[in-house]
Design a protein around this ligand. Structure first.
Ligand code: ZN
Length: 500
């Protein structure tokens, strides 16, 4: 076993290096690269990603795992070694089950489908995208059938992005939640006049936004000795390891809070890597897949902490000073309410905490039915609009504001959306547990000491990286996943803001 382990760790070390290289190539492409670099960069990234795939799927990994899987079952379940072996075995099966011709065809299609999607969205012409999407659904169904172990092909896609979770689990969480969210969103809409979100849309120069962005990131515990902040169009975060984990945000002059909330969200992700255990962060477990675990950390810092009254009690005078004179005349309470405006809207990425979940549910249901052949691609705009009307009381005026708004399906990324909502729900559950463990956390935060939040979540979540699946981690951190803390959180907070 010792010799086998040595070989195995050599290979996982190579994988970790390739992930880091891939991240840096992408980070640079999104932040610094001149426009002329995109073709060469695409080629370079393609080479690295192929090496990554080939390594995860290599015969050598397969042979080593034959020895190491039984060995791992003898180890403590939570040990890094056992977690790494489980993770690699999972990836090996995922990457080897799909025939390489099918994987290659999907990769080629995703490039042309992505271009067609852009054109279709720019010209509001679903028909232009339809044949590409139909082919994408068809190939994805074939791929999913190789991956699924339940009889529902969509589960194969879910399993890929969220190991251990199937569509039954997601349905059992989402279905009872939907009417409760619809009810809350409807009650808020009836009282919509109580909050005016436009109060915080004020022009602030880019340098001031970024300077305060750095300040607020430090206030939640982000370590600039092991990170940096840059601007991009579609913000993201991660790094090459715990010594270099980076944040990006975007700057809109007339919407300074967009930049700040982006920093809080992405710093949540970047701190996840900064706070992993050393022996986890130095393996591919640092580059794990679970969207629910990843999003739970970004949402906790963006929403539960970053949209709370306690946090802004300490931070708002600093924001006013940093943005002076733009916010001089706006009171803390007005600011807090405007920051938490809830409004039923058409676009998922602009949605607030209450309505966001409804956008995700709609996509989950439609994806599941598409891959299972219960919806035809041609009927997609009608299906989309009917559900928008039912869940959010809105009908998109154009398909560009409706079914064409997200890029995921053009990439062939089916099964990713549920993680966004599961992550938000888990964040609320973690927050409730944290408040129980640290009864005076609200006072600490309001006094400008938010450090206990990071310390708590580093201990319960971040340190583990990808050792556990989402449900395993929820079992350990909070005694099992539950939707109740999420609804309780939304009801208490928005009931207060909207006087319900
Ligand atoms: Zn995120």
């Amino acid at each position: 076993v010792e010799e086998t382990l040595k070989k195995f760790k050599n290979l996982t070390g190579q994988l970790r290096g390739l992930h880091a290289a891939s991240f840096l190539l992408q980070w640079d492409a999104e932040t610094k690269m001149p426009p002329g670099g995109s073709a060469d960069r695409g080629d370079a990234l393609g080479v690295v990603e192929t090496l990554v795939h080939d390594l995860y799927a290599s015969d050598e990994i397969g042979r080593l795992l034959e020895v190491l899987e039984p060995y791992a079952r003898e180890l403590p379940y939570s040990s890094t070694e056992a977690g790494l072996i489980r993770f690699m075995a999972d990836r090996y099966r995922m990457e080897t089950r799909v025939p390489s011709e099918l994987a290659a065809e999907l990769a080629t299609l995703s490039v042309v489908a992505n271009t067609a999607w852009r054109e279709a969205r720019a010209t509001n012409n679903f028909k232009h995208f339809e044949p590409y999407l139909a082919r994408m659904v068809d190939l994805t169904r074939q791929k999913a059938e190789f991956l699924s172990s339940t009889g529902n092909p969509y589960d194969g896609m879910l399993e890929y992005f969220e190991p251990g979770i199937d569509s039954r689990f997601v349905s059992e969480v989402f279905t009872p939640l939907r009417p409760r969210l619809v009810e809350l969103a409807t009650a808020i809409a009836a009282n919509g006049g109580a909050v005016d979100g436009s109060l915080i849309r004020r022009e602030v120069p880019a340098e001031k936004q970024l300077a305060y962005g750095r300040e607020v990131a430090e206030a939640i515990g982000y370590d600039f000795q092991r990170g940096r902040l840059d601007t991009t169009t579609h913000p993201f975060a991660w790094g090459t390891g715990k010594g270099d984990s980076r944040v990006t945000t975007r700057v809109l002059i007339a919407e300074p809070l967009d930049c700040i909330m982006g920093v809080l969200h992405e710093a949540g992700h970047a701190m996840h890597l900064q706070n992993m255990r050393d022996d986890v962060a130095s393996t591919p477990l640092a580059y794990f897949w679970s969207g629910a675990i990843l999003e739970s950390q970004s949402r906790l810092f963006e929403n539960m902490l970053g949209r709370s009254r306690a946090f802004w009690t300490a931070q708002y005078p600093r924001l006013q000073a940093a943005f002076a004179p733009a916010f001089d005349d706006l009171l803390l309470e007005q600011f807090y309410r405007a920051l938490n405006e809830s409004k039923r809207s058409l676009i998922r990425i602009e949605a607030d905490e209450v309505t966001y979940g409804l956008h995700v549910m709609l996509r989950f249901e439609i994806e599941n039915e598409l891959i299972n052949g219960r919806i035809d691609v041609a009927d997609l705009p009608r299906e989309w609009n009917a559900r928008m009307e039912q869940y959010l009381g809105l009908t998109p005026p154009t398909d560009s504001d409706g079914v064409l708004q997200d890029v995921h399906w053009a990439w062939g990324t089916f099964g990713y959306f549920p993680g966004y909502l599961l992550g938000s729900m888990f964040a609320a559950q973690l927050w409730a547990a944290l408040e129980k463990d640290i009864p005076d956390i609200g006072e600490q935060i309001a006094a400008g000491r938010a450090g206990a939040v990071l310390a708590w979540t580093a201990e319960h979540v971040m340190q583990h990286g990808g050792i556990f699946t989402f449900t395993e981690l929820a079992d350990r951190a909070v005694g099992g996943f539950s939707a109740e803390p999420y609804m309780a959180y939304l009801k208490a907070k928005y009931g207060d803001i909207y006087g319900l």
